[in-house]
Design a binder for this molecule. Sequence first.
Ligand code: PMP
Ligand code: GLN
Length: 381
Amino acid sequence: MKLSTSKLPHIGTTIFTKMSQLAHEHQAINLSQGFPNYSPDPVLLEEVSKALHNGKNQYAPLQGIFSLRETLCHKLNTLYGSDYQPKTDITLTAGATQAIFTAISAFIKAEDEVIVFKPAYDCYEPAIELYGGKPVLIQMQAPSYKIDWEEVAAKISSKTKMIIINSPHNPSGKVLQQKDLEQLQQLVEGTNILILSDEVYEHLVYDDQKHYSVAHFPKLAERSFITYSFGKTFHVTGWKLGYCVAPKAMMKEFNKVHQYNVFCVNHPMQVAINSYLQEEKHYMQLGDFYQQKRDYFLSLIKDSRLELTPSEGTYFQAASYKNISQEKDTVFALRLIKEKGLATIPISVFNKDQQDDHMLRFCFAKKDETLKAAAKIINTL
Ligand code: PMP
Ligand code: GLN
């Protein structure tokens, strides 16, 4: 049978699946797909066990359990000075991925333009295209990966329906500054442009930098969906649990899709996470924890031939291998797995037209012994 009518004929398997599979096949150290290789906090696991045994095993409410929505709105409002209401402004989702997909599918129609900054996390564009929208791509240039706001202004048209931002940024590890958000605010003022702000790494920011959430800017928050992930925050990427916040009228539309997409998400995990979140230290210490990982990794590879500036946020380190090889990054990454036993992500796959800057992404959310073994390989390159 010919499937020429499928909606995404040009899309292949994600780079994360490809690289993790190859890492497995070649028994390579896997610094490619972003997930920790250590266990989550036993206290959190105990909370899950309690919830499972306390009969929280049937459907949760559509938007998620109220107590968790209350806790999360309180956390956001305290951290970012926002005013999210648990009744109307928040929905628990199957990871940030479903939140992103749902926000896009609730609003993007044929011919709508959506501005996406490249390199971009890979789930934005396919979702836009599925609904007939047109991704308008703006390439940020390595190694600074800064947004050129004049270019953004030039790309905004009467068809621009949404702008997607992501800070801390995957894969570059860069963090947007207050002036970036102020520029964005200026550009969208007086328009009907929506913002989708992917903030899954909100707590992973280093060197006393700050995470600027759009929630902190009332004139941005009034038009923004913000997406978060417990997978990232609590070292449990396999739980696929996250949430989305936005003003009431936007969440109303979001929930119209959500109710038929999944209806609701994992109930016992929500109960457990709500208990766990009662202690602030469970999320406020994450930045220090990951900064130690980053610093350890960077100290191990400081004499290598990689060129890099320390990651400002996320658990990824981007680095140039241009002093080692002139091969295309996809070719170099493949050879690294097969010949050296180290899996990474070639950043070109996230770039506009697969622009190749000879950059790789390394995930440092790994046990110290894994980072040590990876560094040993890197130092021989
Ligand atoms: N956005 C970014 C920038 C990511 O790196 C990821 C990967 N975790 C997601 C969204 C998806 O998060 P989740 O695993 O919770 O679906
Ligand atoms: N967010 C993770 C990363 O960037 C991967 C998630 C996935 O495998 N889809 O590596």
